[in-house]
Unconditional design. Structure first.
Length: 186
């Protein structure tokens, strides 16, 4: 199976020269991906010309070849087969730290866990010891509210208050004792 193994949205220096997406053939058989497509964000699409990926092999698709521009914030990358079926998907929320790539943890087909870590184009992702996982799970010096704007946080707090109020009201109406206290006709 062909997987999105890693992508590099925020290289140090020129994005045009440094961005890339890496695929991995997790099977042992050769896979012809001619006509398959990679997408990035909402607009970018790259259709593979005659391309074969050997079993256990990595394929690095550079921006200069694919013309796919990776966003540094809230990016999503998808892989589609020749019939338009989504084969794999990976995304992150927030801002990619400069010089770190979005790495799949392990090469298992069922693994959908990723972290920002040291880029390893064309190689097995590494540096996944406990210290590396802790160090790379969240970008250093990034505010914890970087995922949401102030307006989104206020909306979320308001929505949570409405849900809690509705639950309290429901319990008060359904509980005979509380119903008598709060909604008594006397």
């Amino acid at each position: 199976m062909i997987l999105i193994n890693e992508f590099f949205p925020n290289p140090a220096g020129s994005d045009a020269d440094g961005e890339w997406i890496e695929l991995f053939n997790s099977g042992s058989a050769t896979q012809d991906i001619t006509g398959w497509a990679l997408t990035a964000g909402a607009k970018g699409k790259f259709v593979f010309p005659k391309t074969v990926v050997q079993g256990g092999e990595f394929l690095v698709v550079h921006r200069k070849n694919s013309k796919l521009t990776l966003r540094n914030t809230d990016e999503a990358v998808s892989l589609y087969d020749g019939d338009g079926n989504q084969v794999d998907f990976s995304s992150f929320v927030g801002t990619a730290p400069e010089g770190k790539s979005w790495n799949r943890i392990g090469l298992d087909v069922n693994t959908q866990n990723y972290i920002f870590a040291t880029p390893t184009p064309g190689e097995v992702n590494r540096n996944f010891g406990a210290a590396s996982l802790i160090e790379n799970m969240y970008p250093a010096n990034a505010p914890l509210n970087a995922i949401m704007s102030g307006g989104e946080m206020i909306f979320l707090a308001f929505a949570a208050a409405v849900v809690v109020s509705s639950l309290v009201l429901y319990v008060a109406i359904k509980n005979e004792y509380l119903n008598d206290i709060f909604f008594s006709k006397y």
